[in-house]
Write a protein that binds this ligand. Structure first.
Ligand code: C2E
Ligand code: MG
Ligand code: MG
Ligand code: MG
Length: 284
C-alpha cells in the first residue's frame, strides 16, 4: 500500500505515525465507551492472587487484580484498560466498584488474611481518595487494618505532598502502605524514608532474572538489606519456579507472590480454595 511504501522509503514517516496514533486513539475510545458501560453494569471483577510466607508457604493475604471481559471486545488486560480509565476519568468509579467487591469477598475469608489493593497515580492527586476508600470499607464492615494499598513510585512522584496526605489519612485508620513494582520507577531512597512504607514489592523483572543475572541477585540482596534496616516488609513478585523461590528464601526474603503459588482467581474460587486446601492458621 501507499502507506507501507511511505514508511519504507522514510519520507512518509509522519503520515504513518499519525495514522497509527489515530488508530490507537480510536481503539482507546472504543475501550473507554465499553468500560464506562461495564463499570455501570458492575461487570469488572476483582480476581485474587495469593501472597505467601515463603518459608512456610502459608497464604498471608491476596492482591486484588481487575479482570474484565467485554461482550464485544473480549478479554481486555488491566495493563490496557487501567491507563485508559486513568486518562479518561473513569478510574475513581472503577476503583470504588473494585474495592467494594473485593472487600465484600475478603470479608468472608477465614483468618486475618489481608487484602492488597492497587491505587493508580491519578488517585494519589485526588484528595477524595482516602475518604472514598474508608467509606467503602466501612460500608462493607471491612477492618481498615486488613487493607494494604499498593502505590508505585510514579504514583507518589507526580505530587508527593498530595500523595503523602492521602497516605497519612489512610494510615491513621490502620491501612498499610505498600510500594509496588520497586526498582522500575524513578526510585528515590529518600522518599522511601519519608513515606514510611510498611512493605515493598520487588518488581518481577528482578525475580525473573535472579538465577542467571548476577546484577539482579545483587539488587535483590541490597533491597532486602535496606528493608531490614528500615523495618520494611518485602514481597518478591512474579515467582514462577521453585528455584527462584529457593534463592529468595536463601537471601532472607519473607514474602512471595507469583504463579508458583497461585494465579489470580475469582472470588468464589478463592473462597473454595481457602476453605479446602489452604494452609491457614487454626480456623477461627
Ligand atoms: P501489579 O500490581 O504489579 O500486579 C502484578 C501483575 O503481575 C498482575 O498482572 C499479575 O497477574 C501478574 N503476575 C502475578 N504473578 C505472576 C507471575 O508469576 N508471572 C508473571 N509473568 N506475571 C505474574 P495483571 O493482573 O495483568 O495486572 C497488571 C497491572 O495492572 C498491575 O500490576 C497493576 O499495576 C494494574 N492493575 C491491576 N488491577 C488493578 C486495579 O484494580 N487497580 C489499579 N489501579 N491497577 C490495577
Ligand atoms: Mg500491585
Ligand atoms: Mg507489582
Ligand atoms: Mg506491575
Amino acid at each position: 500500500t501507499a502507506l507501507y511504501h511511505a514508511k519504507r522509503n522514510g519520507r512518509g514517516r509522519v503520515v504513518v505515525y499519525t495514522q497509527e496514533m489515530e488508530d490507537a486513539a480510536k481503539r482507546d475510545t472504543r475501550i473507554e465507551q465499553a468500560l464506562r458501560r461495564a463499570v455501570s453494569a458492575e461487570e469488572v471483577q476483582p480476581y485474587f492472587q495469593p501472597i505467601v510466607d515463603l518459608a512456610t508457604r502459608r497464604i498471608v493475604g491476596f492482591e486484588a487484580l481487575a479482570r474484565w471481559t467485554d461482550r464485544d471486545l473480549g478479554f481486555v488486560s488491566p495493563s490496557v484498560f487501567i491507563p485508559i480509565a486513568e486518562e479518561r476519568g473513569i478510574i475513581g468509579a472503577l476503583s470504588q466498584l473494585l474495592l467494594r467487591k473485593a472487600s465484600r469477598a475478603a470479608q468472608d475469608w477465614p483468618g486475618d488474611l489481608f487484602l492488597s489493593f492497587n491505587l493508580s497515580p491519578s488517585q494519589l492527586v485526588d484528595q477524595n481518595t482516602a475518604d472514598h476508600i474508608l467509606t467503602t470499607l466501612a460500608r462493607a464492615s471491612f477492618d481498615p487494618r486488613r487493607l494494604e494499598v499498593e502505590i508505585t513510585e510514579t504514583g507518589m512522584m507526580s505530587d508527593p505532598a498530595s500523595a503523602e496526605k492521602i497516605v497519612q489519612d489512610l494510615r491513621a485508620e490502620g491501612v498499610r502502605i505498600s510500594l509496588d513494582d520497586f526498582g522500575t520507577g524513578q526510585s528515590s531512597l529518600g522518599r522511601l524514608r519519608e513515606f514510611h512504607f510498611d512493605k515493598l514489592k520487588i518488581d518481577q523483572a528482578f525475580v525473573a532474572s535472579i538465577l542467571d543475572d548476577r546484577a539482579s541477585e545483587h539488587i535483590i540482596r541490597a533491597i532486602l538489606a535496606m528493608c531490614e534496616g528500615l523495618d520494611i516488609e518485602v514481597v518478591a513478585e512474579g515467582i514462577e519456579t521453585e528455584e527462584q523461590a529457593a534463592r529468595l528464601v536463601e537471601f532472607g526474603c519473607r514474602g512471595g507472590q507469583g504463579y508458583l503459588f497461585g494465579r489470580p482467581a475469582a472470588a468464589a474460587a478463592t473462597m473454595r480454595h481457602l476453605t479446602t486446601f489452604a494452609k491457614l492458621p487454626a480456623a477461627s
